[in-house]
Design a protein around this ligand. Structure first.
Ligand code: ZN
Length: 255
């Protein structure tokens, strides 16, 4: 093979690597991180989340020619952690949450504040711990104030909130619950539907369970869901594996 042909062959291979890497499949919501968390996120590419403090999170499983180039020319700080394609696709951004809210129980605790839940209705009965990062404590206070203005018939769904900050892994999974970061709250579990409970009770196939929930099983009124959504709190009832008492601060899911 002549050197000219070898040169053309290498050029062709590099070009293909470039094209393939440019079309790496990343969940679209990943690109919403910059808009959702403008104080923290500088930019998002197919392969990295760049932070305003000069660090970056690498997205595993997107190894490509572009990564290789990036590795050579990137002069910023090294990666602080990585996030897998699986996490990105399932929108469990553990590395992202750790970066913003704290990487350990001790770090998260440093930012927690107590918010009294619906104090004009319940007094100081329900102190909830949430993070002050991204103004989440203030957002929850506004949600609480708006919910207090609903007719009293709504209060049964909101009494005895089932929890806020709690450092733990999701049952049967290897990632942390968003409760671990002080960004989630569960309202009254008595009126909640959780896919696993329904599955154990009904033994319906999972694809039928979601339909089942939508038709006859959700008991959380839409008005409550909308009040949370206005402050960037995403409802667990929207997930395929639903959990209707759960709300978490996820502005990236609304973009
Ligand atoms: Zn929850």
């Amino acid at each position: 093979m002549t050197s000219k042909r070898i040169f053309h062959l290498i050029s062709f291979l590099l070009f293909n690597c470039f094209i393939l890497s440019s079309y790496a499949e990343i969940s679209p919501s990943l690109y919403h991180l910059k808009k959702a968390y403008p104080q923290y996120v500088q930019s998002v590419t197919n392969h990295y989340i760049y932070w305003k403090d000069g660090t970056r999170i690498s997205i595993q499983g997107s190894s490509s020619f572009l990564d290789w180039i990036n590795h050579f020319f990137y002069s910023g700080s090294p990666s602080i952690d990585t996030i897998s394609q699986k996490e990105v696709q399932r929108e469990h951004y553990e590395a992202v949450f750790k970066k913003m809210y704290g990487g350990s129980i001790k770090e998260v605790r440093q930012h927690l504040k107590t918010v009294y839940w619906m104090p004009h209705v319940y007094g100081k009965l329900y102190p909830l711990k949430v993070t002050t990062i991204n103004g989440i404590d203030k957002k929850l206070q506004r949600i609480s104030a708006a919910l207090e203005k609903l007719p009293p018939s709504y209060f049964k769904y909101l009494a005895r909130p089932a929890g806020s900050f709690y450092w733990r892994r999701v049952e049967g999974e290897d990632y942390l619950s968003t409760h671990s970061f002080g960004i989630a709250i569960d309202i009254n579990s008595h009126y909640s539907n959780y896919w696993l409970w329904d599955y154990k009770k009904t033994r319906k196939p999972l694809n039928q369970l979601r339909h089942y929930k939508l038709i006859c099983h959700n008991r959380i009124p839409d008005k409550i869901v909308k009040i949370f959504a206005k402050e960037g709190f995403y409802w667990g009832g929207n997930w395929y594996f639903y959990d209707t008492m759960h709300f978490e601060y996820r502005p990236d899911l609304f973009a």
